[in-house]
Design a binder for this molecule. Structure first.
Ligand SMILES: Nc1ncnc2c1ncn2[C@@H]1O[C@H](COP(=O)(O)OP(=O)(O)OP(=O)(O)O)[C@@H](O)[C@H]1O
Ligand SMILES: [Mg+2]
Length: 349
């Protein structure tokens, strides 16, 4: 059983394309706690990379190392073509970082926060004003620009945070949990902002707790667990690791549920054959699960079989594996087992 699964994809994952970020064997410990235990990364320029992992997995630590805020104990990394250890100054000049916790100063206005960043980047005053106004406009903050940032909503603060990161025109940006705490609408508008950045050629390294976010945005996703990358690939590739796809049948009548379960156990459906010694479904929700890849062909055969067997479920839903399945299968202390779902449900197989 592999301790890590590396999948290859041409979508943003071609090792021949220039790397915005590459790392080999990155290690970091705090005391006797090993946080990163040998991390390899290859992030092509112009792509979106998402680092996923449970709380405390080391996502922020990885971002801090790659953005020169802290140093690694071991390993090498190049960011924007510059060696992290040999030339941190050049790395800093090429990147922008939006930390997990806001860098916005609440006591001054949004505009003043932006101008402060322009000063930090040594932009001439007129140029600084132009860039600040342009970014405030782009992030829909012009109306609030003269108000103290402390009065902004969470979503506005996060937008200001990212606008501040962009003042220096970075080619690579690190976004540590850019949408944590945002409502669905603000999250979607943040996703749009990130997509626009990528269209403009920026490489985005993001960490997230939201699997849907990685699914929506990332060309490649790495799942960090136990200090190592447990799996890496596109969302589709990762989902293929966990064949949790199934058709779920729900019944309101316990008798109908019982007879359907019995019929299913005897069925010759190639994808729903009962396991030898299969248990009797003990399902309080009166649901049954038939493994399925969700393809039209399989669905038709399942429906035909249900008709022929006279089974009438009250509700039928198709569940395709999502990143939640991958996340639960790969993280949480147990060894990943590709090909085995992390959260077995009902037992009709
Ligand atoms: N300065 C530090 N001193 C000691 N331990 C630290 C320090 N910074 C981080 N850690 C520890 O390293 C581990 C990884 O922390 P990190 O912040 O990188 O996790 P994370 O994946 O970003 O988690 P979260 O999802 O909660 O943001 C944690 O156990 C944390 O307590
Ligand atoms: Mg973090």
């Amino acid at each position: 059983m592999p301790s890590s699964v590396m999948l290859t994809s041409n979508r943003g994952g071609d090792h021949a394309s220039p790397a915005a970020v590459s790392a080999v064997g990155l290690r970091k410990s705090y005391g006797d706690r090993t946080v990163l235990d040998g991390i390899d990364l290859h992030i092509p320029a112009g792509s979106v990379f998402a680092l996923l992992g449970p709380n405390g997995a080391g996502k922020t630590t990885a971002v801090k190392i790659l953005s020169t805020l802290i140093t690694a104990d071991g390993g090498q990394a190049r960011v924007a073509g510059h060696d992290l250890a040999a030339d941190p100054q050049a790395v800093r000049a090429a990147i922008g970082v939006t930390g997990q916790f806001s860098a916005v100063d609440g006591l001054i206005t949004g505009e003043e926060n932006m101008l402060l960043m322009a000063d930090l980047h040594h932009l001439p005053r007129r140029e600084g004003r132009r860039v600040a106004a342009e970014l405030l406009e782009r992030f829909d903050l012009t109306d609030a620009a003269k108000k103290p940032a402390a009065t902004y909503s969470g979503g506005m603060k996060r937008r200001l945070d990212i606008a501040m990161t962009l003042v220096g025109g970075p080619r690579i940006i690190f976004l540590d949990e850019p949408t944590t705490g945002l409502d669905p609408r603000s999250r979607h508008s943040m996703w749009q902002i990130i997509r626009e950045l990528v269209t403009g050629g920026v490489t985005v390294f993001l960490t997230t707790q939201y699997l849907e976010e990685a699914d929506q945005l990332a060309d490649r996703i790495a799942v960090l667990d136990g200090g190592r990358i447990a799996a890496e690939g596109s969302a589709e590739e990762l989902k293929r690791l966990v064949p949790g796809g199934h058709v779920r049948l729900r019944f309101t009548d316990p008798a109908a549920h019982r007879s359907a379960a019995a019929a299913l156990r005897e069925a010759a459906l190639p994808h729903a054959r009962p396991r030898p010694g299969g248990r009797t479904p003990a399902d309080e929700a009166l649901a049954l699960r038939i493994p399925s890849d969700g393809s039209q062909r399989e669905l038709r055969s399942i429906l035909d079989w249900l008709d022929a067997a006279g089974i009438e479920a009250d509700e039928l839903t198709v569940h395709t594996p999502d990143l939640d399945d991958v996340f639960f299968a790969l993280t949480g202390g147990t060894d990943p087992q590709p090909g085995r779902p992390g959260r077995p449900e009902e037992d009709v197989r």
